[in-house]
Design a protein around this ligand. Structure first.
Ligand code: UDP
Length: 328
């Protein structure tokens, strides 16, 4: 396993839990985060946090050298589909231009290995499910396109130089670890919203459309336990050390509808979750379910927590522990 890892976006939801798991596995970790969305309190105790931008080549190359980093896990990005359609320039600047600067800093410091946090959003409206990595990548929003463009940069840079990369295309991350969880402001994701209604801090949940071509008419997503997702990054670092590279889906291979999620949240919390049917949200495909068989075969990774109820329970425990989220 890598001895020293820079985690960009390590104060965010998936980044913070990856940092925790890397540190627990005995790895030296340094976090770079501009704290625009992340939380200082989400960085595990004892892990150094550098507050700054991944696009700051001088800063990043200095951090890489000072911490003798040999691999980077790159999470730092803007990640809201709706916002990306309203502010595309910022998405390309942050997710593509600043990301490219990060690669420049890595090259300057002689760091060759990177694991990239990509998204199922690169596929767009699926032509078939479950979705394999060979499925055409035709993003239907700016966010998905920024992830795809950065994957292409990785591929071409790896052709041209010593860069070695693995890109992980996540489906829907869910749940929490014991210490760290999901705290987006404002919150837009289904599971935390359902739990906020259960906790009484939000009056109701609006279901975004019940006229989709699915059994109950609501959208189906592949929810993957965030702890499993984070472990896949550690497996990817090991795979890079074995000389592997490429693109892998990370999902459960099973889909749950919005109604399934709300019902499961009711049974985990023992509370009624007030729901109201609303309009479709723009850009939502009816069904997104992953085939993760390539990750299983080549990374030796498979979800250890495949049950939706377990993910929701972990998220609920974290919410009860930190009802206000992280302190500012
Ligand atoms: N969703 C919903 N109401 C909400 C938030 C989300 O019905 O308040 C639906 C959304 O349309 C999608 C699913 O829940 O079908 C998961 O949405 P989320 O934003 O959590 O993740 P995404 O699939 O957009 O990455």
């Amino acid at each position: 396993m890598s001895s020293s890892v820079l985690v960009t976006g390590g104060a965010g939801y998936i980044g913070s839990i990856t940092v925790e798991r890397l540190a627990n596995a005995g790895c030296r970790v340094v976090v770079l985060d501009d704290l625009s969305k992340g939380h200082r309190a989400a960085v595990a105790e004892g892990v150094p946090l550098v507050v700054g931008s991944v696009g700051d080549v001088e800063l990043v190359s200095r951090v890489l050298r000072e911490h003798a980093v040999d691999s980077v896990i790159h999470f730092a990005a803007m990640s809201l589909v709706g916002e990306s359609m309203e502010r595309p320039a910022e998405y390309y600047d942050n997710n593509v231009v600043a990301g490219s600067k990060l690669l420049e800093a890595m090259a300057a410091a002689g760091v060759e290995k990177i694991v990239f946090s990509s998204s199922a959003g690169v596929y767009g409206e699926p032509e078939s499910v479950p979705i394999r990595e060979s499925h055409p990548a035709k993003p239907v929003n700016v966010y998905g396109d920024t992830k795809l463009v950065f994957e292409r940069i990785l591929e071409w840079r790896s052709e041209a130089s010593g860069l070695r990369y693995i890109s992980l295309r996540y489906f829907n991350a869910a749940g929490a670890s014991e210490n760290f969880g999901e705290d987006h402001r404002p919150e837009s994701h289904l599971i935390p919203i359902a739990l906020q209604v259960a906790a009484g801090t939000r009056p109701e949940l609006v279901v975004f459309g019940d006229d989709y071509d699915t059994p109950d008419g609501t959208c189906i997503r592949d929810y993957i336990d965030v702890r499993d997702l984070c472990d896949a990054h550690i497996a990817a670092l090991d795979a890079l050390d074995r000389g592997q590279k490429g693109i892998y889906n990370l999902g459960n291979g099973e889909g749950w509808s919005v109604v399934n999620v709300i019902d499961s949240a009711e049974s985990v919390t023992g509370k009624q979750i007030r729901r109201r049917m609303g309009e479709r949200r723009e850009g939502d495909p009816a069904r997104l379910v992953a085939s993760s068989s390539l990750a299983e075969k080549e990374l030796g990774w498979r979800p250890a927590h495949p049950e939706l109820g377990d993910m929701i329970e972990a998220a609920w425990k974290w919410m009860l522990r930190c009802p206000e989220g992280y302190p500012e």
